[in-house]
Each structure stands twice: as structure tokens, then as C-alpha cells.
Design a protein around this ligand. Structure first.
Ligand code: NAI
Ligand code: MG
Length: 516
């Protein structure tokens, strides 16, 4: 098999009239399909059920983007059965052939790129560039894992020779696992969590988030067209607490690949550790959870550069990224100049229907809106509200970009994940204190430092305890293959998605010795 070296997909920023026209047309085409229904996908067949889940447009929640069938226990059983049946042959496919299927899926995704972007705009309220970045990331995962998987081909493990014996070790896939995804990267994270295990011979049952089943169904149209054998990938939209929990606790679930909230992640960790009747293995559990990510700026920094990066990191996709900056830690000398620049830029941000490509679209759902508004209220008692702090006019879930200053490091809005456009600014006396405050939450996902002082950067490199650290740039938008992504502490199990070791999580090593 000959493949070009991996390269990240370019992200469209819609600077050209040509690209803008394409996007407007794609948005219209997807809008014309509003209300379409997608069944479940089990064992290579589209299967309908009685119940339906509507997916709403958060820019205008009276609009139903589409509906999907809702899976229950019977469908979960059927999907696991199909996945195990498929595993019997998929595990023995030549690695090149499996990788080729991922590359085919990537090619199909590239062909439908604008449509997928438009779907993300309508279904979850991403602006155009955010949507483009996400589709690029989904393609990257397929392309990257297709190539990485070739590393684990039989007999790929180097062992020490031993006299009189033939010794070899090789990797085997685990079996049928469950993928449970969040709504905030409903194409990229969903695709990546499926593509990784599947690339190396596992099969999966995938449950998308309740708010984003339509983009998941489109991903499955692509997997179907790419030609994955029946049962290798199965789509099971449904309630997390019902079908999700059922799959987690099921004795036939071999591994769980989860991205989502801390609360649900901890429950899954516990539930998966209880042996179910008939269960014959210890489930492997991968959890990528929340963050309370901080950007530190010291007095030597380029303040304009810092303000630009802070804005993108805090308010990109309305702050609904696990990597989003939600704490801004400023040393005495940086406090006034940085705050002034951040506020000046934040005041100019536009908020509105995602279709119109504003800086900020709506937040994802009524539940998200309520949660974020409640944190805004809490913040008013904990710090000084200097910008936003409220809902904006319109049918959609539009929230104002918000800044609280003089926030104590121990405040709720400095400790808990808000997952919205809310930035808590914390004043510290020097860089040492800045690092101490940065490391003072239960999380450890991303972090950033703006400084021109080498000594500060090197100290942060060692002491800032996060899985993904960025200097003098934004702290969001990790690129597949370039910045392997995963968090420390309660941010997760540090699986490092898009990294060179990711696929090893879904393999086990067998050692065979023969004495002659
Ligand atoms: P969530 O935890 O509410 O839901 C995630 C998924 O779990 C959904 O599909 C949901 O239906 C399912 N679920 C809920 N309860 C379940 C249960 N008892 N058993 C099995 N499945 C269950 O998270 P949400 O709101 O969808 O996503 C936002 C969260 O995800 C944030 O905390 C964010 O930080 C985190 N996240 C972490 C990332 C990372 O790489 N560390 C990346 C993206 C998001
Ligand atoms: Mg929706």
C-alpha cells in the first residue's frame, strides 16, 4: 500500500467570495432537508424504531433540523450482537485493507465537506470557520489513524532473542466496544473515537449525544458508502442515562471510549468496574472529560498578541470547548493593559444566528443556556462583572460574551467548568503565583502562557500541569498528529487522541514462545 505522508486538512476561513457562495448554497441545501428522518444503523442495515429524537436548531429552536430513531435496550442488544459477529472476521482483515476503508471514508467526507459544515452550523450553532475546522479534524482522524494502524501489523513487536527458542509478540484487537460522544464536536470527536479502535480491528457501537444525532447519521451514511462490513460500526442514538448506561454496564462491552462531562465520566468509571453476570474481562475505559483552562500573561508579553489569542480561546464556539480559556491569570504588570485590550476586542464581537456567520452563534441548548446563565449569576456575587453577563435578544440561545474581573482563585467561577462564553480574570503578584493558581483546580486539560521571558516559559513547560500546553498562541484547536490531545487529573485518562500511541489503547499484546 502506498500512501502520501499525513498532512492536516486546510481549514477554510471563508475569505473568498467563492467559498462564501459555496457555503451559502450548502446552508440552503441542508435547510431544504430540514425534518428528514434517519433510522438507526445496526449490522449494516438502517433500522427504524417507534420513537424519535428531534434535533433542534439552537439559533432558532422552533426549527427541527431532523429526527432520528431512538434506540432502547432491544436495539442495544442487537447492535452488540452485530458488532461481535463482525469482529470474528474484521479482526483478521489485512491491516492495509482496513486502513484503505478509513481512507475511503476520508475521501467521501472531503467530497461532502461543505454539506457537513452546513449541518454543523444548523444543528449545533457553529459559525462557518468553526464548522470547517471541525470537518477538517474529522477527516484528519480518519487519515491519521489509517496510517498509524500500519505500525501494529503482525509481527511488529521487537523482542530480545533467547537461545533455543522462537519468541514473538504481536498485537490483537480487543473486541466490540462502545463509543459515547459529546455534542460539542459531534463529527470530529465522534468520528475519531470510532475510527481509532476500528482501524486496528475492533468493532463499535456508537451513541451520539442527544443534541447532535443528525451529523452523526451523516457520518454513518459515509461509513456505509465507504463499505465497512456489516456490524463493524453501529449507530445507536438514544438517551445517555438509558441506552448509554445500558451499554456501559453490559457484560459484552469490551471497552468504552467516552468523551463528555466529569460527572458522567466518573459514573462510567465506576459502573464499568462492576463485574456484570457473564462478563469475562476487565473493561478498558477511556475518559476524556472537562477542563477549567487558564491562560497566563506576564508583564513581558506582547499584549496585543495575547488579547487576540485570549479572545479566540475564550469565545470560539461560544466557549463550549473542553480546551476553552475560562480563566485569565494576569500578573500585576500585565493586568491593566491586557484587560483593556481584551475588553476592547470583546465589545466588538458579534453574536447571532450561526447561519449568518457571526463571531459567536447560540449556545447549544436550553439546558446549556440555563446552566451558563446560572454561573453568570453566581459570578456577580464572586467577582466584578465588566462585560456581558446576560442573555441577548432573539429566538436562539444567544448569550453575551462575559468577563468577570478580580475573581478570587477559589471562586466557583474560577474552579468549575462553565462551558460557555464566560472569562474569569484573576490578579496575581508574579509568575510563580500565576502558576500556582493555574494548577489549583481539579482539571488539567489545556493551558497557555504569553511571555517573552525564556525562564518563565521553561518553568511553565515543567510546572504547568496540563496535557496540552501552548506558548504565545491560542489554547484551542489542537491539530491531529501535531498536538496529541488529552488531559491530566480529572480532565481524563490522557488518551492523547490524534497521537502516535492512541491506537495502542485498543490493542492487547500476545507473546508466543516455542522451544525447539
Ligand atoms: P455529557 O457527559 O452530558 O454527555 C456525553 C455523552 O454521554 C452523551 O452522549 C450522553 O448522552 C452520554 N451519557 C450521559 N449520561 C450517561 C450515562 N449515565 N451513561 C452513559 N452515557 C451517558 O457531556 P456533554 O454535555 O455532551 O459534553 C460536554 C462535556 O464534554 C464538557 O464537560 C466538556 O469539557 C467535555 N468534553 C471533553 C473533551 C476532551 O477531549 N477532554 C472534548 C469535548 C468535550
Ligand atoms: Mg441541536
Amino acid at each position: 500500500m502506498t500512501v502520501e505522508p499525513f498532512r492536516n486538512q486546510p481549514i477554510e476561513t471563508f475569505g473568498s467570495e467563492e467559498a462564501r457562495r459555496e457555503m451559502r448554497e450548502a446552508l440552503k441545501r441542508v435547510r431544504a432537508e430540514f425534518g428528514r428522518h434517519w433510522p438507526l444503523y445496526i449490522g449494516g442495515e438502517w433500522v427504524d424504531t417507534g420513537e424519535r429524537i428531534p434535533s433542534l436548531n439552537p439559533s432558532a429552536p422552533s426549527e427541527v433540523v431532523g429526527t432520528v430513531a431512538k434506540a432502547g435496550k432491544a436495539e442495544a442488544e442487537a447492535a452488540l450482537e452485530a458488532a461481535w459477529k463482525a469482529f470474528r472476521t474484521w479482526k483478521d482483515w489485512p491491516q492495509e485493507d482496513r486502513s484503505r476503508l478509513l481512507l475511503k471514508a476520508a475521501a467521501l467526507m472531503k467530497r461532502r465537506r461543505r454539506e457537513l459544515e452546513a449541518t454543523l452550523v444548523h444543528e449545533i450553532g457553529k459559525n462557518w470557520t468553526e464548522a470547517s475546522a471541525e470537518v477538517a479534524e474529522a477527516i484528519d482522524f480518519l487519515e491519521y489513524y489509517a496510517r498509524q494502524a500500519l505500525k501494529y501489523k503482525y509481527p511488529s513487536v521487537e523482542v530480545v532473542p533467547y537461545p533455543g527458542e522462537d519468541n514473538e509478540s504481536f498485537y490483537l484487537p480487543l473486541g466490540a466496544g462502545v463509543v459515547i460522544a459529546p455534542w460539542n464536536f459531534p463529527l470530529a470527536i465522534f468520528t475519531g473515537m470510532i475510527a481509532g479502535p476500528v482501524a486496528v480491528g475492533n468493532t463499535v457501537v456508537a451513541k451520539p449525544a442527544e443534541d447532535t444525532p443528525v451529523i452523526a447519521a451523516k457520518a454513518f451514511e459515509i461509513f456505509h458508502e465507504a463499505g465497512f462490513p456489516p456490524g463493524v460500526v453501529n449507530l445507536l442514538p438514544g438517551e445517555g442515562r438509558e441506552v448509554g448506561a445500558y451499554l456501559v454496564e453490559h457484560p459484552r462491552t469490551r471497552f468504552i471510549n467516552f468523551t463528555g462531562s466529569l460527572e458522567v465520566g466518573l459514573w462510567i468509571h465506576q459502573a464499568a468496574s462492576r463485574l456484570a453476570p457473564g462478563q469475562r474481562w476487565i473493561k478498558r475505559v477511556f475518559l476524556e472529560l472537562g477542563g477549567k483552562d487558564a491562560i497566563l500573561v506576564d508583564e513581558t508579553a506582547d499584549f496585543d498578541l495575547a488579547a487576540e489569542g485570549i479572545l479566540v480561546s475564550a469565545y470560539g464556539f461560544q466557549g463550549q470547548k473542553c480546551s476553552a480559556a475560562s480563566r485569565l491569570i494576569l500578573t500585576e504588570g500585565a493586568y491593566e493593559p491586557v484587560l483593556e485590550r481584551v475588553l476592547e476586542r470583546a465589545r466588538r464581537l458579534t453574536v447571532g444566528p450561526a447561519e449568518e456567520n457571526p463571531d459567536l452563534g447560540p449556545v447549544a441548548s436550553k439546558a446549556q443556556e440555563e446552566k451558563i446563565l446560572s454561573y453568570m449569576e453566581i459570578g456577580k456575587g464572586e467577582g466584578q462583572l465588566v462585560l456581558g453577563g446576560k442573555r441577548l435578544e432573539g429566538e436562539g440561545y444567544f448569550l453575551a460574551p462575559t468577563v468577570f474581573t478580580e475573581v478570587p482563585p477559589t471562586a466557583k467561577i474560577a474552579q468549575e467548568e462553565i462551558f460557555g462564553p464566560v472569562l474569569s480574570v484573576i490578579r496575581v503578584k508574579d509568575f510563580g503565583e500565576a502558576l500556582e493558581v493555574a494548577n489549583s483546580t481539579v482539571y488539567g486539560l489545556t493551558g497557555g502562557v504569553y511571555s517573552r521571558k525564556r525562564e518563565h516559559l521553561e518553568r511553565a513547560r515543567r510546572e504547568f500541569h496540563v496535557g496540552n500546553l501552548y506558548f504565545n498562541r491560542k489554547i484551542t484547536g489542537a491539530l491531529v498528529g501535531v498536538q496529541p490531545f488529552g488531559g491530566f487529573n480529572l480532565s481524563g485518562t490522557d488518551t492523547k487522541a490524534g497521537g502516535p500511541d492512541y491506537l495502542l489503547h485498543f490493542l492487547e499484546m500476545k507473546s508466543v514462545a516455542e522451544r525447539f
